[in-house]
Design a protein around this ligand. Sequence first.
Ligand code: NI
Length: 149
Amino acid sequence: MFYLTGRLEFSAAHRLYNPNLSPEDNFIAYGECAGEHGHGHNYFLEVTVRGKADPQTGVVMDINQLMKIMKDEVHSRVDHKHLNIDVEILEGVIPTAENLAVVFWNILEPEIKGCKLHRLRVYETQDIFVEYLGEGDRTVPRIPEGESR
Ligand code: NI
């Protein structure tokens, strides 16, 4: 079995704020990411697929095809956007790296053909990332429109 990974960068703004919590508890939970006007991150997305090497080609999957899927399905939707406001697939989602990972998993998985989506990493900085292996029911909590902004 082989594990093939593609990585891409996107830049986006977010605000991590749950209206069901007090302002104090939001700052405890999210630190400066709870700031009133949001702020930006240079994110990285890493997508790993798992499969056998094709006997003809010797590859798990065409890496250019994987990169194209990542660009079309994720990058085109989020790059240089405000994740709380401008991204339909994130409507009502508090855009933590954890929640992004689940939403991205759900849109990427049906596009991966001939092998399996194995792992997804969302880096908020070069040094900090969330890893998701598709466990659980793959749903994210959504806050009614307007309240998550
Ligand atoms: Ni932040």
